[in-house]
Design a protein around this ligand. Structure first.
Ligand SMILES: Nc1nc2c(c(=O)[nH]1)N[C@H]1C(S)=C(S)[C@@H](COP(=O)(O)O)O[C@H]1N2
Ligand SMILES: [Mo]
Length: 375
């Protein structure tokens, strides 16, 4: 047994203190940008994205079911999962709707600023191990992962009855070693809002893939077409010239400026250290370019953190602030090792109000030191 001491249910409840309340019911909380300075995001500062109320599962009766296209269906108790061989790995998770509040036209959905992203160290059993134990059949093409939370979804068209939060992973990604059924986050049992007792963690994919309160893993022989990957969390792709709807998956390269803060005053003629963070999906960020003149000229930032798969890298650039007071537009642009970079504009026709990774204009104000307001 990994450990026997059990965290009390009350201790797993999150508080919104220190986070930005974006929605009260269901609870949606954003990490303040300044907190993203830390390489690992502490559990009580990690953004929360819930579609329904967080279910409180009784650990005694808890079962993780693995069924469908498997030779040996399983119903595992919590302790049985914790007794399996485990791994710990870092992963950055970003909500596909992060930065939505920066879209030119206000889009429906939670109005995230920059902070629906975070990095944690996740501990759990690899999904590949569980699927091997269950004897995954060769015909299985998708692995459907389902959470215990459910409810009615708004908008039309939508199913009339309450539905569970469920997503599928293509077989290849489901069997990749980085995908975990996690029970710990930064060395502590998962907080309730982050999926206690078990959640999937899909490094490299937008957050919607990392299903919380995981109770069922269902292998299927046909591509899964559930609500959360066709109506919601999907985009328009092209297949032989035909527009086709596909589930969102891999994260796109993105960078954010953390310091100086938006609209912060910087001192004319001094050196100002610009810092930020950058991440991408199945690749590594290899370059971050920074502009201090609204995108006319760009310089290369240096990295604070090494390149590691599925983990963000903080970066910094020292800027010689001009003498002339007034506004200045900072921008940053990440490039990954496949040469993919951040676009200048959000592609709304393709992605709707998701995948918001275009280069943002980050305005600061150059102020002279004696500019203290007295005239
Ligand atoms: N069961 C369940 N899993 C879920 C969700 C949910 O509402 N229900 N939200 C998804 C979305 S959209 C995101 S971005 C991540 C957020 O994970 P976090 O709340 O731990 O930050 O969880 C995903 N997993
Ligand atoms: Mo999300």
């Amino acid at each position: 047994m990994a450990d026997t001491e059990r965290t009390s249910p009350e201790a797993l409840l999150s508080s919104s203190a220190g986070l930005i309340l974006r929605q009260e019911v269901p609870c949606n909380l954003e990490t303040p940008v300044a907190e993203l300075r830390s390489f690992v995001t502490p559990n009580d500062r990690f953004y929360v994205r819930n579609h329904f109320a967080a279910p409180r599962l009784d650990i005694g009766g808890f079962r993780l079911t693995i069924d469908g296209a498997v030779r040996n269906p399983l119903a595992l108790g919590y302790d049985a999962v914790r007794a399996m061989p485990c791994t710990t790995r870092l992963a950055t998770i970003e909500c596909a709707g992060n930065s939505r509040s920066f879209l030119d036209r206000r889009a429906a959905g939670v109005q995230w600023s920059l902070g629906a992203v975070g990095t944690a160290e996740w501990t759990g059993v690899s999904l590949a191990h569980l699927l091997a134990e269950a004897g995954l059949m060769d015909e299985a093409c998708d692995i459907v992962v389902e959470g215990a939370d459910r409810g009615l979804v708004g908008g039309e068209p939508a199913p009339r009855q309450p539905i569970a939060y469920a997503r599928s992973l293509p077989r290849g990604k489901a069997l990749a070693p980085e995908v975990l059924v996690a029970y710990q986050m930064n060395g502590r049992d998962l907080p309730l809002d982050h999926g206690y007792p078990l959640r999937l963690v899909v490094p490299g994919h937008y957050g919607m893939a990392s299903v919380k309160w995981l109770t069922r893993i269902h292998a299927v022989n046909q591509p899964f077409q559930g609500y959360w990957q066709t109506t919601d969390y999907a985009y328009w792709d092209l297949q032989a010239g035909h527009p086709v709807r596909r589930p969102l998956g891999t994260m796109k390269p993105k960078s954010i400026i953390i310091e100086p803060a938006l609209h912060e005053a910087v001192v004319a003629g001094r050196i100002c250290r610009i810092t930020g963070s950058a991440w991408t999906g199945e690749s590594s960020v290899v370059q971050v370019l920074v502009s201090t003149d609204g995108g006319r000229t760009w310089r290369e930032a240096s990295f604070i953190d090494p390149a590691q798969p599925y983990v963000w890298r903080r970066w910094a650039l020292d800027w010689q602030v001009p003498e002339a007071p007034g506004p200045a537009i900072l921008m940053s642009r990440a490039v990954d090792d496949r040469g993919e970079t951040q676009p200048d504009e959000h592609d709304g026709a393709r992605f709707g109000s998701y995948v918001i990774n275009h280069c943002l204009k980050h305005e600061v104000v150059i102020a002279t030191p004696q500019n203290s307001g007295d005239q």
